[in-house]
Ligand binder design. Structure first.
Ligand code: KIV
Ligand code: ZN
Length: 543
């Protein structure tokens, strides 16, 4: 069906033209909450997504792809909540070339001040033949109709020919031209399977620039996956070849090997600005706090040697390097830690620090918490300060994550005692309090202390989980550092992740376990039925 095209409203047209003119700024399109969340085990709750979206606004990303509203009611709700509550960046929802997807995307994003619908369809021969079973003409028709449909609802439309890098160049140019004619204001070129290499990708962009009518009137974008470890290099090459939007994720999280890492691509553009002659709007000193926040929420720890935000990225071990650094930091350092928000004096607050100083540090670290959470976090901070001699940023982050995740019952951990040893089996005694302030104490034995504690929690709450993964790492340095536990569990075919922190690692694990149990109970009470495994995998498994 032919659809009516809507002309761009003058103010939108002006903004768009200004942008095209000021063409050395590369827009940063963050897809942590959509493509990043598709990474196994990275699903997030609506509350967690909202928190990340606020950190992305503080980072000053231009566009947040908040999710794929048609994937599941949970995804719809997350996109809608972000669109309704987050001010600043353009909020984008993904849609296949299906009317229902486009309508759902619109309903989810319409509350945002600035919103975008991102429609995509695969174009490569492999996808056409095996996945879509559609001929070239049908693909073009479907893209054009969907863009026209989306343009009836919003002005800002992005179109992606999925698997573009493996699409025949002449067909790709044909699709892109048709998409522009139909009203797409951004055309994104995805390297969906992380297959291309920089020199080849450069030719692809040059080909499109030369052969597609109208290409200079739209924003050309790039979206790379990291299967061969070249997503950042390919994205930068695309930017040098005319792309003015880069799609990326915090810490490079995403399906398989992940997506182009936001912090890497941004810092490459900044550090080598004379080479690229490009800039971004990113507040680079928010990079590190945002990276830590995403790692804490998703449980995808940042590798120590990760560029820009890894623990070792700015540490110098070799004597010769240390000597050079003492003479002049530029000998071995091309960026300063504070450029990316790593505070050099990491030792922050102490036992005598007041609530005001605590609150300021929390905000500095990129957390936006309300008064109630601040009070709870400050109480936890004071308790911890009595146990630990030095308090670091990592301790504060751990407290905030804990306060957030444990803020809603029904069960609260009152106390626990666990004994274990080489010559004896372990035992745990746990007291929980329910929402009516009623206490329940349960004892249990097992071969190890963690198992004993988990068994006691299961008996007390009548919820049996299957533990799939137990990750432990220290939140900071030192013998008295807090242990941070992230568990992945399964219940009725669904995967649930929990997070707990304490100077006692058994307690940290128990908090993580109880967090999952509480989430399941809340879900059961809200009347949500369990979904089959297959369905969950297809939808963006939000728990
Ligand atoms: O990798 C990809 O092709 C995508 C598209 C939906 C843009 O994520
Ligand atoms: Zn992708």
């Amino acid at each position: 069906m032919a659809r009516k095209l809507i002309l761009l409203k003058p103010n939108y047209k002006k903004q768009h033209e200004n942008y095209i003119m000021e063409n050395n700024t590369v827009k940063i399109f963050d897809t942590t909450l959509r493509d990043g969340e598709q990474a196994p085990g990275c699903s997030m709750t609506v509350r967690e997504k909202l928190r990340i979206s606020k950190a992305l606004s503080d980072l000053n990303v231009d566009i947040i792809e908040a999710g794929f509203p048609a994937a599941s009611p949970g995804d719809f709700n997350a996109v809608k909540t972000i669109a309704d509550e987050n001010r600043g960046p353009i909020i984008c929802g993904l849609a296949r070339c299906h009317s229902e997807d486009i309508e759902k995307a619109y309903k989810a994003i319409k509350g945002a001040d600035n919103h975008r619908i991102h429609v995509f369809v695969a174009t490569s021969a492999i996808h056409r033949e095996y996945k879509l079973k559609m001929a070239k003409e049908e693909i073009i028709k479907s893209a054009v109709n969907s863009i026209a449909h989306a343009r009836e609802l919003v002005e800002d439309i992005e179109f992606s020919p999925e698997d573009a890098s493996r699409t025949e160049l002449s067909f790709l140019a044909e699709v892109v031209e048709a998409a522009i004619e139909a009203g797409a204001s951004t055309v994104n070129i995805p390297d969906t399977v992380g297959y291309t290499v920089p020199s080849e990708f450069k030719k692809l962009f040059e080909y499109l620039k030369k052969n597609v009518k109208g290409i200079d009137d739209i924003t050309l974008s790039v979206h790379c996956h990291d299967d061969l470890g070249m997503s950042v290099a390919n994205s930068l090459t695309a930017a040098r070849s005319g792309a003015r939007q880069i799609e990326c994720t915090i810490n490079g999280i995403g399906e398989r090997a992940g997506n182009c890492s936001l912090e890497e691509v941004v810092m490459a553009i900044k550090t080598r600005s004379e080479f690229f002659n490009l800039k971004t709007n990113i507040k680079t000193n928010r990079l590190y706090p945002t990276a830590r926040l995403v790692a804490g929420i998703t449980g995808m720890n940042i590798p120590r040697n990760k560029a820009i935000v890894g623990e070792n990225a700015f540490s110098h071990e070799a004597g010769i390097h240390q000597h050079g650094m003492l003479q002049h930091s530029s000998t071995y350092e091309i960026m300063r830690p504070d450029d990316v928000g790593i505070s050099q004096s990491n030792l922050v607050l102490g036992k005598h620090s007041g609530r005001h100083a605590f609150r300021e540090r929390v905000t500095d670290l990129g957390f936006d918490i309300d008064e109630f959470e601040t009070n709870r976090a400050f109480n936890e901070f004071k308790k911890l300060a009595d146990l630990k001699k030095d308090m670091y940023d990592g301790d504060i982050e751990a407290i905030i994550m804990n306060v957030d995740s444990s803020s809603s019952g029904p069960w609260v951990l009152k106390s626990m005692q666990v004994t274990s040893g080489t010559e004896q089996s372990a035992s745990a005694k746990i007291t929980l309090i329910d929402e009516n302030a009623k206490e329940k104490t349960v004892k249990s034995n097992a071969s190890g202390p963690i198992e004993a504690a988990f068994k006691a929690l299961e008996t007390a709450t009548n919820i049996q989980l299957t533990l799939k993964k137990f990750d432990l790492h220290s939140a900071t340095t030192g013998d008295d550092a807090q242990g941070e536990v992230i568990i992945t569990t399964e219940f009725e075919g669904r995967s649930y992740r929990g997070h707990g922190v304490s100077v006692d690692i058994v307690e940290a694990g128990s908090r993580a376990y109880l967090e999952v149990i509480n989430r399941i109970l809340r879900r059961q009470r809200s009347g949500v039925k369990s979904t089959s495994k297959k369905k969950i995998k297809k939808s963006a498994n939000i728990i």
